[in-house]
Write a protein that binds this ligand. Structure first.
Ligand SMILES: [Zn+2]
Length: 408
């Protein structure tokens, strides 16, 4: 029998399983994670193509023929000296994920998820999202010729879902505010109707979340030495979990010795990660106890459960990192600063990372000689309502020479 490219492994009791459809551990019920069967001789970059699929050897898909790609990943890593001066650090690097095909890093996970859906012969995918995952799932379903059913809570913003609906997805608003209740119903429907659950939460599927780790490989390829700090927004925790997994794999391959420290930033309206770090909670505790969600402009990171607790908590704890929360006002101010010093228009949840650097400088954790890397996860074009609050109405001037000469 051919050796497997990957196994599924229990992060709690370390039992390993051959790839299969059931995603929780038989021994202890913890959600399984992917364990790539790699060694020092594994070539982590299998090609030079300008997408995340250059790392096919490191992704849990057996046959590249199933890959559904539109050039996601291999995004720019931008040096931002003006922003660095304002924040009082030596270097700020911005991983600009806003340039992904549908405008967010979720394209990495969904490109992978749809490829996995093709591998198992799915015709219809089901998604619970009211934002970036919905848009990405709808776009990749269109490419693969699959039907895409999107389910969102009753408070989902209609404006935000226009993008997803434009790609032809069917959208259903469910008359409840609870995402976990919708997940329960969607999971039951998937079983009975043969739909494929296209979730980016590791709790529901260990494969899709793997797309996020390609960001770590790119950081390694695009820098001479890795940054001291990597700062990322945290909703369900899949992004920091993925970054940590990618870095750990590179470490296994002997690529570097000093691991960057990972910082997770949350909205102060929803802080499951911050709570877990402060109170030293276990992943099982965190998953079993959803937190309250307040009003916030950072809907992209307002998850009541840290779905990827089994990888997100070690990402912070094992790298000597930390978790902070920032308020809406701080995010908006950072959104403006990011746009006006680095030329990147990001959504509030992504700008939270820049607000986070400021907080880290204030606490003294990050020092003036440090290099920080912010993961700018999604485009500001996704949330024009927040941006409008920052720029106000445009000025009208008279059509006269005098009016023009009065300008600076
Ligand atoms: Zn187990």
């Amino acid at each position: 029998m051919m050796p497997y490219k990957y196994l599924l492994k229990c992060p709690s009791c370390s039992t390993e399983y051959e790839p299969r459809d059931i995603f929780t551990c038989d021994e202890c019920s913890a959600p399984l994670v992917v364990s790539m069967q790699i060694g020092k001789t594994t070539n982590f970059r299998s090609s030079k193509e300008s997408s995340m699929w250059r790392y096919f050897h490191m992704l849990p898909l057996e046959d590249k023929g199933w890959a559904v790609s539109q050039g996601e990943g291999w995004t720019p890593l931008v040096d931002a000296p003006r922003l660095a001066r304002q924040l009082g650090v030596r270097n700020v690097l911005l991983k600009n994920e806003t340039v992904n095909p549908t405008g967010s890093y979720k394209d990495r996970q969904i490109s992978f998820g749809i490829s996995k859906a093709r591998e198992v012969g799915a015709r219809t995918v089901a998604v619970v999202s009211s934002g970036n995952v919905a848009a990405s799932a709808a776009s990749y379903s269109a490419i693969a010729g699959m039907k895409c059913n999107i389910f969102a809570p009753s408070n989902a913003s209609e404006e935000k879902l226009i993008q997803a609906r434009m790609y032809g997805a069917s959208f259903f608003r469910v008359d409840t505010l609870s995402s976990s209740r919708i997940f329960d119903l969607v999971i039951k429907a998937c079983k009975k109707k043969g739909w494929y659950l296209l979730s980016t939460a590791g709790l529901y599927n260990p494969y899709h979340v793997e797309g996020a780790k390609t960001i770590a490989y790119e950081l390694f390829e695009k820098t001479d030495s890795l940054p001291d700090w990597i700062i990322a927004p945290v909703g369900g925790g899949g992004l920091i979990g993925g970054l940590w997994r990618g870095l750990t794999e590179l470490e296994t391959l002997g690529k570097f010795r000093t691991m960057p420290r990972i910082i997770g930033i949350q909205s102060s309206a929803c802080t499951p990660l911050v709570n877990a770090i402060e109170k030293d909670l276990s992943p099982a505790d965190v998953i079993a106890n959803p937190v309250a969600v307040g009003d916030t402009i950072a809907g992209a990171i307002a998850d009541d459960i840290l779905y990827d607790a089994y990888t997100a908590l070690p990402a912070i704890r094992e790298t000597g990192g930390h978790a902070f929360s920032v308020a809406d006002d701080e995010m908006l101010e950072a959104e403006k600063m990011l746009a006006q010093t680095a030329g990147i228009f990001a959504e509030p949840a992504s700008a939270s990372t820049v607000a986070g650097v400021r907080k880290l400088r204030d606490t003294g954790l990050v020092r003036s000689g440090d290099t920080v890397c912010c993961i700018i996860t999604g485009s500001g074009l996704k949330d024009m309502a927040s941006a409008r609050r920052l720029v106000g109405s445009p000025q009208t001037i008279e059509p006269s020479e005098e009016a023009f000469l009065r300008l600076e």
